[in-house]
Design a protein around this ligand. Structure first.
Ligand code: SF4
Length: 1021
């Protein structure tokens, strides 16, 4: 570039170049250069003759935009996209370190193979490895394939194969993982979402109808109060914090942080509340009680938009920590009484005055009345004055023209009562009228770039893409049973047959006909699973440890670090006959056979390690926490012989198809050979996969506009109905995920023309609830939908999330006809303060129970722990008792800006490991002094299950909590470390994964592990 080009630089160029040259802007005057000279020098040095591509950061779920500058197929610059509305050109340390992935000597470049008993890898040919792995899959599947169960019902499944998918793969890759996995009959099928946010879906779905973040990142700027609990966005979702800051600067918003540690977010809060890990339900129930007692709720909203007025069955009761119907032997509830009262015609009886003692509202009030300030203080360790201050501040958002948002992450989800934690937020936000409004919502902060998308694509044992249930042998032996039992009579899910049949058509194409129930029997049907506990993460790893699983495929995950009680998982891996891992790095999972202390000669597992492409080396879409589906382009080809996961899936499927077609003795080959799979022979076309996910009409292969065009007669095919609409045409210009329109007429940061948000581009779901029954916005400054009385029509800033138009005539429906139904996905059409029918297994209302390991008795009832959790009685699952002197400390876990999840994508990068080089344990100065520990010394952290070494980080950020007059010390440990990568400093031969000490116990509904509250001790070495 010529020097005088500088005068024509626009904002985008200036920003980009400033980011590209790193610190040059900061110090140019120190060197005596002019800014233009500095820019010109850096420009010619770095960006001259480069090609610019767009991508999205592969780390957390904020979904920051990045641009990639390449020259000669090499990345020369990778920085924040200044046009991107979420991050506006900025990136956190992880995003800024991404470029190293493009050249890192630690990246896998060739296939590696480890033979049984070997202590080394050998490099192998790609074609050899694909052929070998396809043979292993076929052998294991066929040897274990179960066509029918004991009762003779078709099940068509294998329980000897397991598949673990990743949450940073593209949506199209996740979708093909789903297709291939289910076509093989695999039921042990899980991924990251189970261990990070499954309780989110398990709570938000039954409360509102959908299991995702209700609002989106930019919308945080519209809040009056931001309540951060169970998360630390300043550290874990750094670019989201700019919108918290914006809310403070532009509207004087207040920020509350509740956390056991004084975090980076806490340091920026107006009010910090330190509470004991595992007590958030008591904390939130106390706030619910405070709002009800002091009449701070948004009463019109509660009456009209929730089930508050519904009368509950007379038999329903709550006593001493138990709801009616508890069976202690089965550790389960008979939920027959957890229901509404109905009149002779079957309609729910309501009392809009809310005075009847059997209304949902009255029962809620009675239930919450036990959570007084005094009680909550004793349970949580927060003093009553701070509780009062916090409750008053947050409940101020119950005024109709105020909004408060709740931001949470794994501090909330990872508990034996994880679903009830999130249910508590839902009840609170509904009482305050904070759902469906700009600046409100319950915002689940996702930790991986595509954990929302991978969950939408159903890489989970119990799901079909689009949040439909996997066929179950007891409930759904036939398609008719499935559709009858899974389709409610009211609410939008009445359309489920259209979505499910269209999914089967996407799976098996022309082979799926009306006559053969659209190949319904090609889908595996789940049974009871391991020890009757299903097939999710914990039973999968129990089955693995028990030697029941023979072959495993792991796509972009590192369960040898992320699984709870991981020592047990190591022993399970040793029992596998073969393991195939697809990754950028040599992870702990792929190399479990050479972990410290292991003897490779005694481990007979064959391991195939396939080199995978990085995010900017392939094309496809990912979905951020706010449900924005964003497209990434391929900036450079994959490094060495690495391939995209899409390529691997295509290659393995084609080889399997060939093997099955050629083998006359093959077991039930039809689901594999008849699979609808035609994306290209060598290089699969990701756009074909994306278009299939969107859906098309079968006769002419034309893309459908959205899911309202799907049919149940087999005339349409659609891979995932909730994504239908994101690719409504057959050309690349029709890919709405790639849109970059910056219009924002609302001024609320909705950006409707930027990418595409599911469902049907709604940015804030349940938005009908932002206005009153007559369609008048509660707050005109935050208008999302409004009924214009004069014109007789709706004025919509967002895509309306309610029946505002007659589907047949197209005529608009006035608010008195459509107004009271903002929660269209639920049969009641209203949000649920009380969840009926046992949809949430451990109760219709939220109740505090102690974590499985706790140093204190439950003060609220004689039920110490959640009464319906599964307690594993298998080897290696020891639990510390309440008074165990060996484990007196309360432990919790947390994450760091500089590292990412199970660590492989950060511990292999020199820039990030230099910033955060080793495992540590945070403890208070008082605890350190009592134990004679000094800062920076290596110590041993021990629990009933194992131990891990960590550097002592003595810091006032940690402090003891006082519970019922007694002080209890707490410690906190980061999650990311392991024995691979660059962060293995410290005494030789030690392991460093925190999960060597966490318990394998899960939530009652989703079995998300309780990583966040357990007991331990810290010992000097
Ligand atoms: S890790 Fe998250 S906040 Fe940081 S740059 Fe990436 S997407 Fe943005």
């Amino acid at each position: 570039m010529k020097q005088n080009d500088q005068i024509n630089l626009n904002r985008r160029e200036i920003l980009g170049r400033s980011l590209g040259v790193g610190g040059a802007w900061m110090c140019w005057d120190l060197f005596g250069w002019s800014k233009a000279e500095a820019t010109t020098y850096a420009e010619s040095f770095k960006l001259t003759d480069t090609k610019e591509s767009l991508t999205i950061c592969p780390y957390c779920g904020v979904g920051c935009g990045m641009w990639v500058h390449t020259r000669d197929n090499k990345v020369v610059n990778l920085g924040g996209d200044p046009d991107h509305p979420i991050n506006e050109g900025a990136l956190c340390s992880k995003g800024n370190a991404l470029q190293e992935i493009s050249w890192s000597p630690r990246r896998l470049r060739k296939v590696k193979y480890r033979a049984p008993g070997s202590s080394t890898w050998v490099e192998k040919d790609m074609s050899w490895a694909i052929a070998e792995i396809a043979q292993r899959i076929k052998k294991t599947r066929d040897a274990s394939f179960l066509k029918t169960d004991d009762a003779g019902t078709t099940v068509n499944r294998t329980e000897n194969l397991a598949v673990i998918g990743g949450a940073s793969l593209d949506n199209e890759e996740c979708y093909l993982i789903y297709k291939l996995t289910r076509a093989l009959g695999v039921v042990y099928f899980e991924h990251q979402a189970r261990v990070c946010h499954s309780s989110t879906v398990g709570a938000l779905g039954p409360s509102f109808g959908r299991g995702a973040m209700t609002n989106h990142w930019i919308d945080i700027k519209n809040a009056d109060v931001v309540f951060i609990i169970g998360s630390n966005p300043a550290e874990n979702h750094p670019m989201s914090f700019r919108w918290i800051t914006r809310a403070r600067e532009e509207r004087g918003a207040k920020v509350i942080v509740a956390d056991p540690r004084f975090t980076r977010s806490a340091s920026l809060a107006d009010l910090y509340v330190r509470h004991r890990p595992g007590t958030d339900i008591a904390l939130i129930n106390g706030m619910i009680n405070y709002a009800l007692e002091n009449n701070l709720i948004h009463e019109d909203y509660v009456r009209e938009y929730t089930n508050a007025s519904f009368l509950v069955n007379e038999g329903f009761k709550f006593e001493d920590g138990l709801f009616t119907g508890y069976d202690a032997e089965k550790r389960n509830y008979d939920t027959a009484t957890w229901n509404y009262q109905k009149d002779a015609t079957g309609n729910v009886i309501q009392d809009k005055t809310l005075k009847n003692s059997r209304t949902v509202f009255s029962l809620l009030k009675a239930h919450m009345s036990r959570y007084t300030l005094d009680m909550v203080s004793k349970v949580t360790g927060v003093d009553k004055g701070t509780l009062d201050e916090m409750y008053k501040l947050y409940c101020s958002t119950g005024a109709p023209d105020k909004t408060g948002t709740i931001l949470y992450a794994m501090g909330a989800t990872q508990h034996t009562v994880g679903v009830q934690y999130i249910r508590g937020y839902a009840i609170l936000q509904l009482l305050l009228g904070n759902i469906g409004v700009a600046g409100g919502g319950i915002n689940a902060m996702r930790g991986e770039s595509n954990v929302q998308g991978s969950t939408d694509m159903a890489l989970l044992a119990h799901l079909v893409p689009g949040y439909m249930a996997i066929p179950n042998v007891a409930k759904h032996p036939t398609l008719k049973d499935y559709l009858e039992k899974e389709t409610p009579k009211t609410g939008y899910w009445i359309n489920k047959p259209k979505f499910f049949v269209s999914f089967l058509k996407a799976m098996w194409g022309d082979a799926a006909t009306q006559e053969n129930d659209f190949c319904y029997n090609y889908m595996p049907k789940v049974g009871k699973g391991f020890q009757g506990a299903g097939y999710s993460w914990l039973p999968l790893f129990e089955a693995l440890a028990g030697g029941n699983i023979k072959g495993m495929m792991v796509w972009g995950m590192n369960p040898a670090v992320s699984s709870p009680n991981v020592n047990k998982a190591y022993r399970g891996f040793e029992k596998l006959e073969w393991l195939a891992a697809f990754d950028l790095w040599e992870t702990e999972t792929a190399s479990f056979w050479k972990r410290p202390g292991a003897d490779p000669s005694k481990i007979q597992t064959e391991v195939f390690l396939f080199p995978a492409a990085a995010s900017f080396e392939k094309e496809g879409s990912i979905t951020n926490s706010g449900r924005w589906i964003q497209w990434r382009t391929a900036a450079v080809p994959p490094l060495g012989e690495a391939k995209s996961d899409l390529w691997y899936l295509n290659a393995v499927q084609q080889e399997l198809s060939r093997l099955y077609a050629a083998d006359a003795q093959a077991i039930f080959p039809d689901p594999i050979v008849k699979l609808n799979w035609d994306y290209g022979k060598d290089e699969p076309d990701v756009h074909l996969v994306a278009r299939e996910i969107n859906g098309y009409t079968v006769a002419d292969k034309k893309q459908v506009a959205n899911f309202t065009k799907l049919a149940e007669d087999g005339s349409t095919a659609c891979g995932n109905w909730i994504y239908s609409g994101f690719y409504p045409g057959s050309e690349k210009k029709d890919n709405l995920a790639a849109r970059r329109g910056k219009e924002d007429k609302s001024g609320l940061g909705l950006y409707p023309m930027w990418s595409y948000a599911w469902p049907v581009n709604r940015r804030i779901v349940y938005n009908r609830a932002s206005a009153d029954l007559l369609g008048r916005p509660w707050d005109p400054k935050r208008e999302l939908v409004r009924w214009d009385v004069a014109k007789g029509n709706w004025v919509n800033s967002d895509v309306p999330d309610f029946g505002w138009k007659d589907a047949k005539t197209g005529e608009q429906i006035p608010p008195d006809k459509s107004g009271s139904a903002p929660y269209i996905m639920l049969p009641e059409l209203k949000a649920r303060l009380f969840v009926p029918n046992g949809v949430v297994r451990d109760g219709p209302y939220t109740e505090h129970y102690e974590p499985l390991e706790s140093p204190v008795k439950n003060l609220l009832s004689s039920q110490q722990n959640n009464p319906v959790i599964k307690i594993w009685k298998t080897e290696g699952n020891d639990v510390a008792g309440i008074d165990d002197p060996n484990f007196p400390l309360i432990a919790t876990t947390f994450r760091l800006t500089e590292h990412w999840q199970a660590g492989a994508m950060s511990r292999n990068l020199s820039l990030l490991t230099e910033l955060m080089p080793e495992m540590f344990v945070e403890m208070s100065p008082e605890l350190a002094s009592a134990k004679g520990i000094v800062n920076d010394e290596w110590v041993l952290v021990v629990s009933a299950r194992g131990q891990c070494r960590a550097k002592a980080n003595v810091s006032p950020r940690m402090k003891a909590v006082e519970l019922n007059g007694v002080k209890h010390e707490m410690v906190a440990l980061p999650w990311h470390f392991g024995y691979q990568g660059l962060t293995t400093g410290g005494p030789a031969g030690n392991n460093y994964a925190i999960n060597q000490i966490t318990p394998s116990v899960g939530d009652a509904n989703t079995m998300i592990p309780e990583y966040k509250a357990f007991l331990c001790d810290v010992r000097k070495i």
